[in-house]
Design a protein around this ligand. Sequence first.
Ligand code: ADP
Ligand code: ZN
Length: 637
Amino acid sequence: MPHSAVECPGSQERTPLGVLREVFGFGSFRGQQLAIIEHVTAGGDAVVLMPTGGGKSLCYQVSALLRPGLGVVVSPLIALMKDQVDALRQAGVRAGALNSRLSPGETAEIERAVRDGALDLVYVSPERLLTPRCLELLSRCRLGLFAVDEAHCISQWGHDFRPEYQQLSILKERFPGVPLLALTATADGPTRRDIVAQLQLAEARVFAAGYDRPNLFYRVVPKLNPLEQLWRFLTEEHPADAGIVYCFTRRAVEETAGWLRARGRDALPYHAGLDGAVRERNQERFLKEEGVVVVATIAFGMGIDKPNVRFVAHLDAPKNLEAYYQETGRAGRDGLAADAWMTYGIADVMSLMRLLDASEATERQRRIERQKIEALIGYCEAVSCRRQVLLGYFGEADHPPCGNCDNCRTPVPSWDGTVAAQKALSAVYRTGQRFGAHHLVDILVGKATERVVRLKHDRLKTFGVGTEIDRRGWLSVFRQLVAQGFVLPDLSGHGGLALAPAAAEILRGTRTVRFRLDQRGPTRQSPKPDRKIAETTELDPVARALWEALRAWRLEEARRQELPPYVIFHDSTLLEVARRRPISLTSLANIPGIGASKLERYGTAIIGIVAQKTLDPEALQTASPSRIAHGETKGPD
Ligand code: ADP
Ligand code: ZN
């Protein structure tokens, strides 16, 4: 029984690489993709932990095409499902989806196709899958595999817990012989254990790639005038790119979006308080058009699979590092260079602490949350490679300095703060570990405030021992002692500071500390990514003109088919066309991302554009210098 729409004589001999080339147009597998596909195709179960953009979908898509029978993909996000199905259809794969958005007629049609064995892959929402009707339907077909996407939704510990996911244990019970893959980009230890236990995957092989997203440039700038700072970042580095700006409150979202629009940027708000139809329209525009900026609370993002989000900017601190990694992870899914940029002020973090203190959480939960906030401060205040801090937090120690974050690009000036730390810690200790930073600074600089005198703190040995550093400097010392884990904000929530166990080593003189030298104002140039790796800026004038023509063609094609442009072709594919300028179908077929089906559909149109833009002498003229200069980003200073 043939099981794919793609012409393939002798389907016995289909190999993973054959399918990858023919259907998806890629030349080779990445990372552990091949090992996963071979394991699953041979009938094995797998738990796949891979960072966003690592290429998880391909693992079950290629496996499903290789195994006889239907591949069933459980996915919680309906919008994402639609994108995947559209993209597969573009690649000539017979794919469909079953979810609550479909009309009864459409549902009946997909169900019939499933029954007739006319589909290679079907995407199903968990709710739909768990209905008796759907389970019954599946039990009557030949099944190739199950893939449970976003498998972390199964865990109560995760941030996206979905109760329906816990009932997916039924898959192994009802269909014991069908291989099952569970895939996720975010699973810490407990979440991983939940996935294995609840999906009954004890026998499964675990494929764990690291969490690293090497194409993201991480940068934190001190919050001075955030909107102006954002504006500068956008105009200098992303004048025409799509991206997401996160703010903490709905009001800030509205104001920021309005402010950007007033300055001529196509910016749209997105938050839970907006009318559903408006939200949907804004998301739709972000997906289907080019260069739209969405300003959002964290309500935006789940299910955003747009591969060419070129930046994620945080105007306010995220909730914690997990949230930060999720949110920034939405940038650069296509593997091309992208930015994770944040303005950070200690006030943001303090308001997170206050929110926590006002919450109903139990003492244990609060302690955990507080540690998470401290880890976030540690990241923001880091003097060394930010990627090391992030990956270390997710359990990947020993990552070498990355060379692709602000601190790696421009080492932070730092100073030996051991003596200052000893003074600060002893002030904490001698006052009984219950006072806040401002009072402690008064003592250190010898300021006999009414409170200091009343508490007789002017008689302490530490009174006035720190006049060599000003108030600002001492506040920075305390902040960094908290960030580095030597001082703990006290647990009663009064803003007092207490010593952490590690502080003893500093007080004894067996351990040294370094602090970042906080510089005031915008004098310190914020380091920028090495724009050699920002793909579009390295195009020569002809290639750039071609790239723009190809994008315009894609947008038109996408509008015609009512699809997002990236479902037609990814940026990386069009960039490669612009660089290599193929003028025959054979050479076009060698470009990554152009499989048999897309070659047939779009090949002639593309080589037509290439020929027109590169062979016609007039076209060379249109690549005018002013246009080039405009698009080009200034390199690092
Ligand atoms: P994930 O689901 O892990 O976030 P995707 O499956 O969406 O990642 O893949 C991310 C991007 O990488 C997509 O643009 C995809 O087409 C591309 N990709 C995946 N595998 C390969 C490969 N072997 N060669 C080239 N591109 C790939
Ligand atoms: Zn780094």
